[in-house]
Write a protein that binds this ligand. Structure first.
Ligand code: XMP
Length: 319
């Protein structure tokens, strides 16, 4: 008779046995996965764990600060907050190919992470919040030939380079199970219920060039959209919702003037595990209000569209 409480105890015992009195470092992204992995490991081995938050400048509005505060203040878990946004954004200058974005970010992430780990005096183990779908989807397309759909930046790379053993306590779990485990570990609901967010962050939601200006515009639109979703009481009914800033400008009219600004696409899906997804059937009144607020409040956007593609054939992220 399988329960999450039993799984937790088992996982803690397994971590203790694997790690012994070794040092562990864990990359925190702000997402549920790495947070749950960190908490679980902290519960198992206490201050033998240090977390590193690599801030790539591609997080959502206020996200990095909130994560740092949560782990340091609320949980008292040692956390290094490495602001590397300039490094990442400079490297992404001129990069618009989705796979190249992912590879650029993934490689730099490793560099920065490694440098921060060195500053800490190194460690014996590297912890990652890798889930079961991450493991299979980045390897092959189920039932077909081995084709990489997207290079997941949180799988592989680090361990070989850093000569560290991996601790991946969530490797057998699906997302809903990770959330249950988080609840078991006392993570607040506000954190557990958070929509998934990809490692390469907002770069994937800025098709075409990723610039500081475009990221700022995207962050504002995204925050308004999610605010509307929360106010409508829909946040928990949705697996993932976010704004995408298209590299396309269109003509509009505002007051007496002509505008020529970017298009913002809104995405929302329901899903059980991220492997398949359906677009969320908002009512038109909701979409109209979200669009009006975004266009009125965000300089740089004059048109909003809604993505009605399910997965397959679309993926959840646009890149
Ligand atoms: P796609 O876009 O492939 O996404 O349908 C499925 C789920 O995975 C998330 N995602 C990622 N998560 N690193 C991550 O940690 C990544 O590189 C990555 N790419 C996509 C995506 O947000 C969705 O929840």
């Amino acid at each position: 008779d399988w329960t999450m409480a039993a799984y937790k105890d088992q996982a803690i015992a397994a971590i203790r046995e694997q790690v012994g009195d070794g040092k562990v470092i864990c990359g925190l992204s702000g997402g549920v996965d790495s947070s749950v992995a960190a908490l679980l490991i902290h519960e198992a081995i206490g201050d033998q764990l240090t977390c590193i938050l690599v801030d790539h400048g591609l997080m959502r509005l206020n996200e990095a600060a909130e994560v740092a505060e949560m782990f340091r203040q609320h949980y008292n878990i040692p956390l290094v907050h490495a602001d590397a946004s300039d490094t990442f954004l400079d490297a992404l200058d001129g990069v618009s190919d989705p796979e190249l974005k992912r590879k650029t970010i993934g490689k730099l992430f490793i560099d920065v992470f490694e440098a921060e780990a060195k500053k800490l005096g190194g460690a014996d183990f590297l912890a990652q919040g890798t889930l079961y779908p991450d493991v299979i989807e980045s390897v092959s397309f189920t039932g077909g030939p081995s084709v990489t759909i997207k290079s997941h930046h949180n799988v592989g790379g680090l361990p070989e380079r850093m000569d560290m053993k991996l601790v991946e306590p969530l490797r057998e779990l699906f997302k809903d199970e990770v959330r249950e485990l988080g609840r078991e570990l006392g993570l607040p609901d506000s954190f557990i219920g958070r929509h998934p967010f990809p490692g390469p962050g907002l770069a994937l939601r800025c098709p075409g060039a990723v610039t500081r200006d475009r990221l700022d515009i995207l962050r504002q639109a995204d925050a308004i959209y999610l605010d509307e979703i929360r106010k409508a009481g829909l946040y928990d009914a949705i697996w993932q919702a976010f704004a995408v800033l298209l590299p396309v400008q269109t003509v509009g009219v505002m007051g007496d003037g002509r505008t020529y600004e970017y298009v913002c696409a809104l995405r929302a899906v329901t899903s059980v595990d991220g492997m398949t997804a359906d677009f969320y059937p908002f009512d038109m009144g909701f979409l109209g209000e979200a669009a009006t607020r975004i266009i009125n409040e965000v300089r740089g956007i004059n048109r909003v569209v809604y993505d009605v593609t399910s997965k397959p054939p679309g993926t959840i992220e646009w890149e």
